[in-house]
Design a protein around this ligand. Structure first.
Ligand code: F6P
Length: 545
């Protein structure tokens, strides 16, 4: 690693200067900031690569941004960005490079990993995927009984599911409606059952997506799918070759499962699971939206990559958003961030971001192996607007927690109907205004409100938000949005001095589950867990039919 291991964060000058600044501005009201400075909105807006980010409704002034950027500089953010794009093994606990940005590099780009340009391999796989998609959609690819494929079922979990599901939903407008898409992730048999209950096996293709090809949930679902297929097709094992393809880094395991490696789409060790949706893990996405739209999606990612790598920090969308998250998490003690897309197509975007942000930055050990003495990742959550407004927004407006919000909105609907879009946009703009400006006691009294109700109807305001306003949701725009959050997550991880690319925290539960499986399947195996765990296992054995 070129960037040196960091020093103690909270005793650094940059951190102390932010702490001091926080004391000076913590009670300052957004109302006053806007009243004092007619140019505030313009000052705190970045209009770049088709995304218009208005971050003026944050509890910041020019000095805040200056000091946050000084923090980023003291964390050596630029060298860390360069190290990531340059293929260095910045995932130090797994000794891996972090090169998802190479997945969306243009054909003529050069991205080196261990002295080799990986771009030709990346494009060779994209071409193989495109060729496969053409064979499926043209009907040249036939199932075992000679029928064309009508149903595509992606089997995967975590990064091998959330990206494909989110992108399928987000880009449904661009999708091929002749094909049915289903996604099976949960090891709960209900997920598989409901996804396939109305499908005809003779017309169904399974895409088994797993980086490791060892994940319990995915392998269990894949075995069940094989059985379901063979049951439906009379038991001839040769049907597997016509109805299963695999996406993985692990050719040996794919072969062992019984899928011909000719029907395998590879990706690489330097692609993390939660950063893999634009690798071959996106095969179901490409099948849905077609190779051309998929390439546009990748081009959008790449545009954001270039912006992140080259824009000055004070005009850099992921840098600013990442630093604002640090500002609220570590100085205002905010515990969560709400991501609120005002577009129904983005309904799975918050769920996708949960893995991206929390599996990346939910850590408490620094790169040097010390326990952090500050908070790391906030909890990301959200729902599409306007639904959330009739549910949890009450708490955001008047509750006791400070919840920074990211509003994402599009000027043009992909399905323009009557006044719907004006109503939708009026709502998102109103929410940001209400959160920031609130409603004072005087204003509530001025409306002739019953005095006993006045305190209930006051809105404190001063609640921060970002608004990202975009022309319309296209594949390229989706790519830009995802890359925006990927890089913002990386910025946060760099400041917090953690490894944003490992996920050791998911291991212990997996190992314990493997121990518990045979204990549940035996009536009398002796148990040596704690009392509560033993009791639950015994109760399960007792209840199990
Ligand atoms: O949840 C842990 C995890 O390793 C994720 O990081 C990953 O996206 C997911 O499991 C699935 O892993 P795989 O693609 O290897 O099946």
């Amino acid at each position: 690693m070129t960037a040196k291991l960091p020093t103690q964060l909270t005793t650094s000058d940059a951190w102390k200067s932010l702490a001091e600044h926080y004391e000076q501005i913590k009670d300052k009201q957004l109302r006053d900031w806007f009243a004092e400075d007619a140019g505030r909105a313009e000052t705190f807006t970045v209009d770049a690569i088709g995304l218009f980010l208005d971050y003026s409704k944050n509890r910041i002034d020019g000095e805040t941004i200056k000091r946050l950027i000084a923090l980023a500089e003291s964390a050596e953010l630029q060298p860390r960005i360069d190290a990531m794009f340059g293929g260095e093994k910045i995932n130090i606990t797994e000794d891996r490079a972090v090169l998802h940005t190479a997945l969306r590099a243009p054909r003529d780009a050069k991205v080196e990993f261990e002295g080799e340009n990986v771009v030709p391999e990346v494009h060779a796989v994209l071409d193989k995927m495109a060729d496969f998609c053409d064979r499926i959609t043209s009907g040249k690819w036939k199932g075992q009984t000679g029928k064309t494929i009508r149903n595509v079922v992606n089997i995967g979990i975590g990064g091998s599911d959330l990206g494909p599901v989110m992108a399928y939903e987000a880009l449904k407008h661009y999708s091929n409606r002749d094909l049915v898409f289903r996604y099976v992730s949960n090891v709960d048999g209900t997920d598989f059952f409901e996804a396939t209950a109305d499908l005809d096996p003779t017309e169904t293709l399974f895409v088994v997506s797993s980086k490791t090809f060892t994940t319990l949930e995915t392998m269990t679902n894949a075995r069940t799918a094989r059985q379901w297929l063979l049951d439906g097709l009379g038991g001839d094992a040769s049907a597997v070759a016509k109805h299963f393809v695999a996406v993985s880094t692990n050719a040996a395991k794919v072969k062992e499962f019984g899928i011909d490696t000719d029907n395998m789409f590879v990706f690489w060790d330097w692609v993390g699971g939660r950063y893999s949706m634009d690798s071959a893990i996106g095969l179901s996405t490409m099948l849905a939206i077609g190779p051309k739209n998929f390439r546009e999606l990748l081009a959008g990612f790449h545009e954001m990559d270039t912006h992140f790598r080259t824009a000055p920090f004070d005009k850099n969308l992921p840098v600013l958003m990442g630093l604002l998250t640090v500002w609220y998490t570590n100085f205002f003690d905010a515990k969560t961030v709400a991501v609120l897309p005002y577009d129904q197509y983005l309904k799975r975007f918050p769920a996708y971001l949960q893995q991206l942000t929390m599996e990346s930055n939910g850590k408490s050990t620094t790169l040097s192996g010390d326990r952090v003495d500050y908070d790391t990742s906030p909890i990301f959550w959200g729902e599409p607007g306007t639904n959330g407004q009739h549910s949890f927004y009450q708490l955001i407006h008047q509750g006791t927690h400070l919840i920074p919000c990211d509003f994402i909105a599009f000027a043009n609907s992909l399905n323009p109907i009557g006044d719907h879009q004006d109503y939708l946009l009026a709502n998102v703009i109103a929410q940001g205004e209400a959160l920031a400006m609130g409603k004072t006691t005087k204003e509530v009294e001025g409306e002739g409100t019953d005095p006993s109700l006045v305190p209930h109807r006051v809105f404190e305001g001063n609640r921060p938000s970002n608004t990202i306003l975009i022309d319309r949701l296209t594949p390229a725009v989706l790519g830009k949005l995802i890359a925006l959050y990927e890089h913002s997550t990386f910025v946060q991880g760099v400041i917090w001095q953690i490894d944003s690319f490992d996920q050791w925290g998911v291991e212990l539960g997996k190992v314990l589950a493997q121990k518990i499986i045979p204990e549940l399947q035996s009536k009398d195996a002796s148990l040596s867990h704690d009392g509560s765990t033993n009791q639950l296992i015994e109760r399960y054995r007792h209840l199990k039919a």
